[in-house]
Design a protein around this ligand. Sequence first.
Ligand SMILES: Cc1cc2nc3c(=O)[nH]c(=O)nc-3n(C[C@H](O)[C@H](O)[C@H](O)COP(=O)(O)OP(=O)(O)OC[C@H]3O[C@@H](n4cnc5c(N)ncnc54)[C@H](O)[C@@H]3O)c2cc1C
Length: 325
Amino acid sequence: MSVLVLIENIEGNFKKKSFELAQYAATIAKNLGTEATALVLGTCDNAAMTQLGAYGTNKVLHVADTKLNQLSAKAYAKAVIAAAEKIGAKVIIASHDNVGKSVAPMVAAHIKAGIITGAVSYPDTSNGFVVKRNVFGGKAFAFVNISTDTKVLTLLPNSFPVIAAEGTATAETLAVSFDDQDFGITVKETNKVTGAVPLGEAELVVSGGRGLKGPENWGIIEDLAATMGAATACSRPVADSHWRPHHEHVGQTGGTIRPNLYIAIGISGAIQHLAGVNGSKTIVVINKDPEAPFFKAADYGVIGDALEVTPKLNEAMKKFKAAQH
Ligand SMILES: Cc1cc2nc3c(=O)[nH]c(=O)nc-3n(C[C@H](O)[C@H](O)[C@H](O)COP(=O)(O)OP(=O)(O)OC[C@H]3O[C@@H](n4cnc5c(N)ncnc54)[C@H](O)[C@@H]3O)c2cc1C
């Protein structure tokens, strides 16, 4: 019995969510008295792969086929199944992101394994294999048991703090043969997200909604974010109206983020928006309507006009930062 974890490789590098995933898999393996092996697909050099050892996965299987540099769910699933067979994996883990959401269900269906998607806890193995996951857009939790021999999990990113330790991983090449059918659906083009702080990785997020009135007022959001070293986000109607790019849209139909601090400015707090942000450690809401539903989810609230309060908050933040130096 061992644990296999699919680690997404982005142009030969790993993101914070991959280290979190490696650490999650290593902890599960340790609790089960076994080891975790990472699976890396596509071009990646040894130096990058050795980093995974600092998060507890000391072994890496590497399928170096360059066709895997772009996501092809069927080919990825084939590689995962081959790696799982090689090490006799009984727990297979992926991230609850674009890659994991498309690959993990294929793997589970193929090997007839039970699957839990969007896990936010370690499995409780005291009576079965029970994992906590968000349901109803993050309004509630479900505790789900997998009873099949092999189990598949996807972990919701930002569920655990990432802590690097000592250790390096050793990589071994795994040969998997693919045919054209495995690449029936491929990514043709990727538009990279620009911005100082990637939203999915950000610890601090400043987010704006329709209360900002229009894109011409977004400077106050960007200024505050720049002062704080935060990423910017927005509600869906803001992205739908092309005030902001769609990759900034958070919520049920957008990104799910769990930063340490989420500042929501001129956002009503509809349930579909909260679904993407209610895992944030601290929520600050600025809204002129004291009845705005977001205040119920907030740790701190300011009732006031965003166009007045936000620049003042920025000035206060600048003074606070200056006093720290
Ligand atoms: C199937 C489905 C999926 C959806 N998915 C998402 C999703 O993923 N993400 C998402 O965000 N939404 C989603 N929505 C839309 C969601 O229901 C809300 O309509 C949306 O979140 C509202 O965005 P908003 O708060 O920016 O705008 P509004 O609802 O218009 O709220 C604007 C807020 O700004 C406040 N305000 C106005 N002027 C000021 C001012 N000067 N200063 C301070 N505050 C001010 C108002 O009091 C109000 O609370 C979805 C809806 C459906 C049906």
